[in-house]
Design a protein around this ligand. Structure first.
Ligand code: PLP
Length: 459
């Protein structure tokens, strides 16, 4: 049997040296990183990752928000192996493959009513690029080519390709590229913590929608679409929107003929306690993007799902050139689609979405004890998406200076205690794999608590 010589019997020290010599890591200041001792993962088992030295860690952020059942899951491994015996990849340009067809059917059956066509790609960012291009071109096909602008939310994150960055709004990540980007209209996400409208959720929703309506009433003839992270804005710090806002946005988009794009890359496939976050408010967007959890955290497959109305607008005689000119080499990859089917079947079999709904209440009860800690300013949660904001002063919500890197220090402490986390500034993100059991959640929450206390209360 073939065994890669490159993968056997290499010491941690050798791997660390090669890592330092050859890899440029994403979202990482390499100057700091190369001075540190890197975690080098060798294996995964259940909800844990194991490094090359044999140390075990809870996967406290689901390997960047995507793991569903855990690692090394028999059913998912088997799905890939079986597909591998047939074919690893064939293109979707002008032809089809079996897993891509069957997955599309499965996905459509799970989608909010009214979304009917799946366009495949391979990352959250590409799924957003596709949605943006579809929305833009849709209006050209409808004879309203002046509808070119996009509305996005302040602090939004939709991925790192240039179109996705254009509809993003996190200064720290995006401002270096500002002259490369197309302009968007940016409106505030209706955050409750530090809201200028006070802390009544009803008032926040009402005032936020009033502002949006004013904008749409004045400018909807130039606006193609509004893009939103439904229910939870992730990378800005796990901001949970108050009830009623998403439904209000849907109604306004319909009223003013603006397409609604729901970016469910982070929230999709059960993360918030529903299959899709839009379901919390019975909303069907015109375009929905998803990725991450689709393959259970195994392989890079993403989808942009469109309504029949949008799909139909691209139909025409060849000479009309209404084709959607977009595709990627690995679009509809059979291995990825096969494991995605197995993942969705396992979600169904384990009744996982309902489990998340139930377990998230258990988790909320565990987390309520954290609010007694001196520097926990806000605990935000929807399902298994949790953000704990650490502040210098709880009474005034005064933040820690970003240069103090409190979030980084807490996550570093968690790593020592056996859990991998990644912060967003001063927000500690906790996103356990969806299938984590009660006892596992207890252990993870204990490490989280101790890490926050050790770092923020040590003086
Ligand atoms: N959209 C949202 C809401 C996300 O949270 C992310 C990633 O975190 C993306 C898009 C980008 O996804 P990817 O990293 O797969 O490109």
């Amino acid at each position: 049997m073939y065994k890669s010589p490159a993968l056997t019997d290499i010491s941690y020290e050798e791997l660390a040296a090669k890592n330092k010599q050859y890899i440029w890591h994403p979202f990482t200041q390499m100057k700091d990183y190369i001075e540190d001792q890197p975690v080098i993962i060798a294996e995964g088992k259940g909800r844990k990752l194991i490094d090359v030295n044999g140390k075990e860690y809870w996967d406290g952020v689901s390997s960047i928000w995507l793991n569903v059942h855990g690692h090394n899951v028999e059913e998912l491994n088997e799905a890939i192996k079986q597909q591998l015996e047939k074919v690893a990849h064939s293109t979707l340009l002008g032809m089809a493959n079996v897993p891509a067809i069957l997955l599309a059917e499965k996905v459509i059956n799970l989608m909010p009513e009214g979304l009917t066509k799946v366009f495949y790609s391979d990352s959250g960012a590409t799924s957003v690029e596709i949605a943006v291009k579809m929305a833009f071109q849709y209006w050209q096909h409808k004879g309203k080519g002046n509808k070119k602008q996009f509305i996005t939310m302040k602090e939004a994150y939709h991925g790192d390709t240039i179109g996705a960055v254009s509809v993003g709004a996190i200064d720290l990540f995006h401002k270096a590229y500002s002259s490369l980007l197309f302009d968007c209209i940016k409106i505030p996400y209706p955050a409750v913590y530090r809201s200028p409208f006070g802390n009544s959720e009803t008032v926040i929703v009402r005032e936020s929608l009033k502002e949006l309506e004013k904008l749409l009433a004045e400018r909807s003839d130039e606006i193609a679409a509004l893009i939103i992270e439904p229910i939870v804005q992730g990378a800005s710090g796990i901001i949970v929107m108050p009830e009623g806002y998403l439904r209000g946005v849907r109604e306004l988009c319909t009223k003013y003929e603006v397409l609604m794009i729901a970016d469910e890359v982070a929230t999709g496939f059960g993360r918030t306690g529903k299959m899709f976050a839009c379901e919390h408010e019975h909303v069907t967007p015109d375009l929905l993007t998803a990725g991450k959890g689709l393959t259970g955290g195994y392989l890079p497959v993403a989808i942009t799902v469109a309504s029949e109305e949008i799909y139909n607008a691209f139909l025409g005689d060849y000479e009309e050139q209404k084709t959607f000119f977009h595709g990627h080499s690995y679009t509809g990859n059979p291995l990825g689609c096969a494991v995605a089917i197995a993942n969705l079947e396992l979600i169904e079999k384990r009744n996982l979405i309902q489990e998340v709904e139930i377990m998230s209440e258990y988790l909320a009860a565990q987390l309520s004890a954290f609010s007694q800690l001196d520097h926990v300013g806000d605990i935000r949660q929807k399902g298994f998406m949790i953000g704990i904001e650490l502040v210098r002063n709880k009474d005034t919500a005064e933040p820690f200076d970003w240069k103090d890197r409190v979030g980084v220090k807490v996550c570093r402490r968690a790593r020592e205690l056996g859990m991998l986390l990644r912060p967003l500034g001063n927000v500690i993100v906790f996103m356990p794999p969806l299938a984590a059991a009660k006892e596992e959640l207890d252990e993870m929450a204990d490490i989280l608590y101790q890490s926050i206390r050790d770092i923020t209360e040590k003086n």
